[in-house]
Design a protein around this ligand. Structure first.
Ligand SMILES: Nc1ncnc2c1ncn2[C@@H]1O[C@H](COP(=O)(O)OP(=O)(O)OP(=O)(O)O)[C@@H](O)[C@H]1O
Ligand SMILES: [Mg+2]
Length: 229
């Protein structure tokens, strides 16, 4: 097992310059996530959870501090190297699935593989079909997102996030848009897959019950991250 943490962030800070005032959203965030570890982040609306995930993903630049993904400092990477690292090591699941409407479920799941160099279409389709099976959608592979239910779309999004077997998946309210029963079953499915693939999860949620089922729970408040469970 690789001993290097999947993610480290050190003294991470983010502020927005809003006219005369500096909006300090994140102040001094320190977080280490080990291989296969699943953590949740809770916090009131506007506390900076999505801002934090965007920094961890390298989609936004911090005002201070740094983020290391599997040992690589994001600030030292060019955009192309950052994109490659994201494709190689990270997966994403959002509240709304962000599937491409013109493509089938199978194609949506295959896309992260096709973005990699050296992966042929046949291999990508085979892996994508396998992953769709893992989320219980083997019979839905030819459906476009509009022909799927909300929960099914979210499962396709999970299959897409995990198909590359990334070291880390960032989830921003992945079940926020679903009824409690579906949310619970999708949550359990994600935990099961993360265990099988030893994928680390950082999940933002407003659902306290789901939050507390992770290995650790952190709360974001007044720009600071504190472990609460
Ligand atoms: N580009 C931006 N420019 C200025 N302020 C921003 C920008 N993006 C976010 N903010 C502010 O940063 C704060 C944190 O926003 P963020 O989206 O991270 O909150 P959140 O915790 O994810 O909330 P929610 O639970 O509602 O999704 C908010 O007050 C928001 O207005
Ligand atoms: Mg948010």
């Amino acid at each position: 097992m690789n001993k290097m943490p999947v993610l480290q962030c050190v003294s991470l800070a983010k502020s927005y310059n809003e006219g005369p005032v500096d909006l300090e959203i994140l102040k001094n965030i320190n977080l280490t996530v080990d291989s296969g570890e699943r953590i949740s982040i809770i916090g009131t609306s506007g506390s900076g959870k999505t801002t934090l995930l965007n920094l961890l993903a390298g989609l936004d630049s911090p005002s201070g501090g740094k983020v290391l993904i599997t040992g690589s400092d994001l600030s030292e990477l060019k955009d192309s190297a950052k994109a490659a690292l994201r494709n190689q090591s990270m997966g994403f699941v959002y509240q709304f699935h962000h599937l491409l409407p013109e493509f089938t479920a199978l194609e949506n799941v295959a896309i992260p593989l096709l973005l990699r160099t050296g992966v042929d279409v046949k291999t990508a389709r085979t892996k994508a079909q396998f992953m769709l099976g893992r989320v219980g959608l083997e019979a839905r592979s030819a459906h476009k997102p509009a022909e799927l239910s909300g929960g099914e779309r979210q499962r396709v999004a999970i299959a897409r996030a995990l198909v590359t077997e990334p070291a880390l998946v960032l989830l921003d309210e992945p079940t926020g848009n679903l009824d409690q029963t579906t949310a619970q079953s999708i949550h359990e499915l994600m935990l099961e897959l993360s265990m099988q693939l030893s994928t680390a999860f950082i999940m933002v949620t407003h659902n306290m019950e789901l939050a507390l089922s992770m290995d650790k729970t952190y709360q974001l408040e007044s720009g600071e991250l504190k472990q609460v469970n």
